[in-house]
Design a protein around this ligand. Structure first.
Ligand code: COA
Length: 447
């Protein structure tokens, strides 16, 4: 008997309520040409959390809105999987705090629910979706849905090159049988390696070798694409409505897209003609110097961009997935899921028909692993996309001055005590409201 379709039944995004404008605020303070951010990295702004926000409040706020919109109670949820790489506790998972928040305002509790936390840098959100889908396929779900929440405050040390790519926000997703948004395909490609491109060894800010992390990202994506093909998957650019890539910043996706496209046209007349013009693109791992690889990749990208087929594919299948990321920065575990929401939102606004069409999802986490799978868009996608309020949330963000940004960054440095006043007023949301007996954060709902 064929298994029922399993996939994403609902999506909600919650952005940090502050905005750091990269061109008008960050660039002048650093005496850098704003085009480096807007054109080079493809980013216009970062979302940052106000003083009363953290990974728990953002995750709980996204989850509450999603559950309420879908008319769900805690009884309907069999597990809560939180993906984060900015957890503040090595023992007690963020999912317990989020379940506690939700139980403050909803009928019932999550005593029956399996709560946990997934860690593998930015790929953990996709791994949590996979765990949830496997739980449903196993038959242990008893008709319940899984709540997967990817939540992060992605801050870099002041002065780190990654500072311009910061971001903060949460993506909550429901995973269920007979999903209304997308159904997961069976073939899955994985590319793993023991790498040290981005680490946080018992410290808040990452230790990152930015250029190397780009090379490792691309190497693992290339491996996962090959493994996806070995599993029977296809990345034919003409057969997929959208390609979603992990998006630490949109400029990174410009590079990953070259690999996705070349993989998809491999073995076709178009692929053969490209190989004749360009030569075969060597695997990233064969370059000792990451910069040399990125230069070769750039030459391929330049050539491809001049072909109508690539330019049209990129505009149709990739650009729509980057629209939200350009305004929010890196949400780490949430970033590839922001790409899905962005693509669906754009398709809804531009009246595109997506039902029944496949998407490619390519995730990556430093350390390092990539995963590639396909999803088929389901009939309820448009209603879900139209219910998203992310653009209104982005428009309502408080625009920080540079002095305010410096103060907010310090507030979110672990251990820093601060009396900084919030820049925004919470309403209808969870907030950090103090410290408990063991120094832990406590949370309350502000009506
Ligand atoms: N106008 C237009 N583009 C400009 C520019 C200008 N004035 N100045 C620079 N650029 C371009 C660069 O050419 C580059 O684009 P390219 O990669 O296509 O060549 C881009 O802007 C970034 O500039 P670069 O000098 O490479 O930035 P950087 O070294 O300061 O930082 C990262 C880039 C990615 C290394 C840094 O943001 C980082 O460490 N990020 C965190 C780690 C990360 O996200 N890794 C990704 C894999 S997970």
């Amino acid at each position: 008997m064929a298994s029922p379709a399993v996939g994403i039944d609902g999506i909600e995004l919650w952005t940090g309520k502050l905005k750091l404008d990269l061109a008008t605020t960050f660039a002048p303070a650093h005496d850098i040409d704003p085009n480096k951010f807007t054109k080079g990295l493809g980013l216009h702004a970062s979302s940052l959390p106000d003083v009363y926000e953290d990974i728990v409040t953002m995750g709980a706020n996204a989850a509450l809105r999603l559950m309420q919109r879908h008319g769900l109670t805690p009884e309907d949820i069999g597990r809560i999987d939180v993906a984060t790489e900015t957890a503040f506790d090595n023992a007690k998972p963020v999912a317990t705090y989020i379940a506690g928040c939700l139980a403050q305002v909803m009928e019932g509790d999550f005593a029956h629910a399996n709560l946990g936390e997934r860690k593998f840098a930015c790929i953990a959100g996709t791994q949590a979706l996979d765990d949830a889908a496997n739980w449903i396929h196993s038959g242990r779900h008893r008709g319940r849905k899984a709540l997967v929440i990817a939540t992060d405050t992605a801050l870099y040390e002041r002065g780190d090159p990654g500072e311009a790519t910061q971001g903060a926000g949460a993506v909550a997703m429901l995973v269920s049988e007979s999903p209304s948004v997308t159904a997961f395909g069976l073939p899955q490609g994985i590319g793993s390696a023991d790498e040290t491109d981005f680490l946080k060894p018992h410290r808040q800010f990452p230790s990152v070798d930015g250029k190397r992390s780009m090379q490792v990202y691309l190497g693992r994506i290339q491996d996962a694409l090959a493994d996806f093909a070995a599993a029977g998957g296809s990345t034919d650019p003409d057969a997929h409505a959208q390609f979603l890539f992990h998006t630490p910043f949109p400029g990174m996706v410009k590079k990953a897209a070259v690999l996705g496209y070349l993989d998809g046209v491999q073995g076709t007349a178009r692929g053969d003609a490209l190989a004749e013009d360009l030569g075969t693109l060597a695997h990233p791992d064969t370059f000792a110097d990451g910069r040399a690889y990125l230069d070769v990749l750039k030459a391929h990208a330049k050539h491809l961009k001049q072909t109508d087929h690539y330019a049209n594919w990129y505009a149709r299948a990739v650009t729509p997935t980057l629209k939200v990321a350009r305004q929010v920065g890196n949400w780490y575990t949430g970033s590839v899921h922001v790409a899905r929401a962005s693509g669906l939102l754009h398709a809804a606004h531009s009246e595109r028909a997506l039902t029944g069409q496949p998407l490619i999802v390519a995730s990556y986490g430093s350390g390092a692993q990539a995963e590639v799978h396909a999803e088929t868009v389901q009939a309820g996608w448009r209603d879900e996309a139209e219910a998203l309020t992310i653009q209104q949330q982005l428009d309502a963000r408080y625009d920080l001055s540079y002095d305010e940004y410096e103060a907010i960054h310090a507030v979110h440095t672990y251990g820093a005590e601060s009396n900084l006043s919030p820049r925004t007023a919470p309403s209808g949301e969870f907030v950090v409201d103090g410290r408990g007996p063991m120094g832990e954060y406590t949370y309350a709902y502000v009506a």
